[in-house]
Every structure is written in C-alpha cells, then in structure tokens.
Design a protein around this ligand. Structure first.
Ligand code: IPE
Ligand code: IPE
Ligand code: MG
Length: 236
C-alpha cells in the first residue's frame, strides 16, 4: 500500500533545542523555554490554519524531572501561564486540546488547568492539539499493561484474546490515529521515549533548527518532504 502526495493527518513534534537557543542568544535556559512556549502558541494556530487534523507536541518527558530544580520550577511556571493562554487561543481557533502522559505528578492547580482546557475545548471540531506532559512511552505502555492485567484479573479478558487493538486502546492515545509524520528539531536524531508504539510506520524528519525558531515555513518544509516520500507499510 502506498500513499503519495497527501497531507499528513497527524504530525507529532519532539520540540528540542530551547537550551541551545538560549545559549546562542546569551540568555538563561529558562528564557529559551519561554521563547519555546511563545513559538508553540504561534505554531498551534498555524497548524490549525493549514488543515492538520492532529498535532502533538512533546513538552515534558518523564525523564525531564531529572533536570535542576530551578529549571523544572521555571518550566512549571511557564506551563501554568501558557496553558491558560492556550485555552483562549484554542477556543478562538476551534481547536480541541487533549493531554497525554501521567498528569497526576503535577501540582493540583496545574492538573485543574489541564482538566479545564480539555473540558472547555471538548466540542471544538477543528484540529486536535495533543500536549504530551510528564509523558514517557514506556510509562504509558506500563500503565496500559496494568489496565489489561486488571481486566484479566476481573475475568473480563482472556490472555489469548488480546489483540493489537486492545494494546492501542489501553494507551493514552486511544482513539487518536497514529502520527503520519514525526519531526524532531535541534539536530538530535533520537526518539527519547516518545510514542514508541504509535510511530511504528511514521515518517521521521529531523531538522537542525532549534525549537524557538521552528516556524510555519519550517513546518511546511517538513510536510513537503513528507509528501515527496513514498510511504510503505511493509507491503511491496
Ligand atoms: C526542549 O529543549 C524542551 C524540553 C525538553 C523541556 P531542551 O531544554 O531539551 O534544549 P536543549 O536540548 O538543552 O538545547
Ligand atoms: C525530549 O527532549 C523530551 C521533550 C522534548 C519534552 P530532551 O532534550 O529531554 O531529550 P534528550 O535528553 O536529548 O534525549
Ligand atoms: Mg534537549
């Protein structure tokens, strides 16, 4: 099966390079994260405008707690501020917002903010914007396996009846189509524990541009490249 010259339905981004952007500009790392949040605001609107159906960004990984308390604290302050701004931007642009990852590790007010943005945008019919926060694919799969094990324990599921679709449904991304295109900025070429199950057949695109500079032109460049590739799904 091949698909040619078709706009991706779902684009996922590993946003990286905020720290190096800050260093290049001679400012503290947290200013790089602020510039990254400002860029995210712009790109969400752009992504909705060009007609993406699903747009996912990796904002904070389960491993990112290992950073200094100062940096983690600065990130949490930015999340609080920008999630509120994003709520208004989403409502103005008919964007439905979802979050994936284990949000229970965040402070209660941040959890409340995430619940609120999901609830208020749930009937928006335009693009779906998915924020991966305290997300790690291994953590997501582990939580999913626990859910299936509970179903088996309760007698609602037999081990031999487990299908791939049961695994997909047990993940935070249940009901969301797999990404067609996965982008990573900043020149790093690894997946860093993002959507491991879901990217089985995604096209991968790497760019040297640091996240705060990844603008609409850069997104369109990635989509152009995607449209030029012949997608294969294991067939001829
Ligand atoms: C990405 O930028 C943002 C997060 C992971 C929170 P980095 O902070 O990883 O930037 P670099 O990799 O140090 O440049
Ligand atoms: C990946 O970026 C995580 C996010 C984008 C949130 P990192 O900068 O944390 O990843 P590594 O450490 O380079 O793999
Ligand atoms: Mg990084």
């Amino acid at each position: 099966m091949e698909e040619q010259r078709r706009m991706p339905r779902h684009v996922a981004v590993i946003l990286d390079g905020n720290g190096r952007w800050a260093k290049e500009h001679g400012v503290p790392r947290k200013m790089g994260h602020k510039a990254g949040c400002e860029n995210l605001e712009r790109i969400v609107e752009d992504a909705a405008r060009i007609g993406l159906e699903y747009f996912t960004v990796y904002g904070f990984s389960t491993e990112n707690w290992k950073r200094s308390a100062d940096e983690v604290g600065a990130l949490m302050t930015l999340f609080r501020y920008y999630i509120e701004r994003l709520r208004k931007i989403a409502l103005a642009n008919n964007v439905r917002v979802l979050s994936i990852g284990d949000r229970m590790k965040f402070a209660p007010d941040l959890v409340a903010s995430l619940n609120r943005i999901e609830k208020e945008t749930k009937d928006c019919t335009g693009m779906t914007f998915i924020m991966a926060l305290n997300y790690g694919a291994r953590d997501e799969i582990t939580r999913g396996v626990r859910k299936l094990a509970e179903e088996i324990k309760a007698g609602d599921l037999q081990p031999e009846d487990i299908e791939e679709s049961d695994i997909s449904s047990s993940l935070d991304t249940a009901g969301i189509p797999d990404p067609d295109l996965m982008i990573r900025t900043s020149g790093e070429e690894r997946i860093s524990n993002f959507l491991l199950w879901q990217i089985a057949y995604s096209e991968l695109y790497f760019t040297d541009v640091y996240w705060p500079d990844f603008n609409l032109d850069e997104l369109l460049r990635a989509i152009d490249e995607y449209e030029r590739r012949n997608r294969r799904f294991g067939g001829r």
